[in-house]
Design a protein around this ligand. Structure first.
Ligand code: CAA
Length: 305
């Protein structure tokens, strides 16, 4: 049966009404950014993470980001207040999702974990769109395993979510037309430009993005040039806003490794993770979030090693 999610964002909403409730599951880099974007755009947002301390840290970080926007004159103080009021920390998963219109999981790239999260909330958010921020996993598989394939869809945000314009919407084989329409509506109300992509490994973005990153790591491994010069090449020669190694640091080496491992299994040899990437992840050098990856990071700024 195709389920019609409650209209999250109706153009006929009465003036002043909030457009809906979004639960964000996972308070890491992406979860924080997605929660910020939703709160800034008038949604009530509940953030949940299995590690309670992460939700508190997430809220602090989001409030600081909003404050920065006020200082820069990009957000009014009253808009910041409204966004902050919209943010709630949920202490358990079911409470986070109860009565939501949209549930977005931004948990680590692990199918079993994502399935467990959605399965647990099916009955408390019976009409919600179930959006996954996965970078590479199959939405068709996720929907089937959750047992509500018509409601599951990929909502792939990009880091940093408050800045990046794209929302890659990934449609599983059984995702309903209604769920797709709901996702497109959500994109519009979050101020994102959507692309709609058929479910296939790595979709339209990660499949290309990780390949460039992996090749850059192999070039570093074989001494083609320094990390800074490989990056400078793509920044100045190809006008990428950030070179592939710095971008890998921004995204997280662990995140990139998980995507590569999956695509290697699904699509073949060209996605084999470079040995250097594996070694760095084992050493805990995960990039910006741990202070070191291909660069050393201090106060959000990358310094060549
Ligand atoms: N949160 C909020 N705002 C941020 C931010 C963050 N984490 N990082 C930067 N910004 C803002 C800055 O405050 C600044 O805003 P103003 O213009 O208002 O001052 C603006 O973004 C530009 O930042 P900077 O001037 O510091 O630096 P920059 O011009 O180099 O831009 C960047 C930074 C936006 C990150 C830019 O380098 C960029 O676009 N890099 C590429 C990012 C990218 O490719 N992301 C996709 C990664 S792949 C992914 O996420 C998907 C996946 O599946 C893993």
């Amino acid at each position: 049966m195709t389920m019609r999610p409650d209209s999250l964002v109706s153009p006929t909403l009465p003036a002043g009404a909030l457009p809906g409730i979004v639960a964000v599951l996972g308070a890491g880099t992406m979860g924080q950014g997605i929660a910020q974007v939703a709160a800034q755009n008038g949604y009530r947002v509940r953030i949940y993470d299995a590690a309670a301390s992460r939700t508190h840290e997430a809220r602090t970080n989001i409030v600081a980001q909003l404050e920065k926007l006020v200082t820069k004159g990009k957000l009014t103080a009253s808009a910041r207040e409204r966004a902050v009021e919209c943010l709630t920390i949920a202490t358990n998963l079911r409470e986070a999702c109860a009565g939501c219109n949209v549930v977005i999981e931004a948990a680590p790239e692990d199918m079993a974990l994502k399935v467990a999260l959605f399965r647990e909330v099916l009955d408390v958010a019976p009409n919600a769109l179930l959006g996954s921020n996965t970078s590479s996993l199959s939405l068709t598989e996720l929907g089937a395993k959750v047992g509500a394939p018509e409601r599951v869809i990929g909502l792939h945000f990009f880091n940093p979510p408050p800045v990046m314009e794209l929302l890659e919407i990934v449609r599983g084989i059984a995702t309903s037309d209604e769920t797709l329409a709901h996702a497109l509506d959500l994109a519009k109300h979050l101020g994102k430009t959507p692309i709609v992509v058929r479910d296939s490994p790595g979709f339209a973005t990660s499949r290309l993005g990780v390949l460039l990153g992996a090749e850059a790591i192999r070039m570093l491994e074989t001494g083609v040039a320094s990390a800074a010069d490989i990056d400078r090449g793509m920044e100045l020669g190809y006008r990428h806003p950030m070179g592939p190694l710095k971008l890998t640091d921004l995204v997280g080496l662990d995140v990139r490794l998980a995507i590569l491992e999956h695509l290697h299994k699904e699509l073949g040899e060209q996605f084999r993770p470079p040995a250097l990437l594996r070694t760095m992840v084992r050493a805990g050098k995960l990039g910006k979030k741990t202070g070191e990856g291909f660069y050393v990071w201090q106060d959000g700024v990358a310094h060549a090693k």
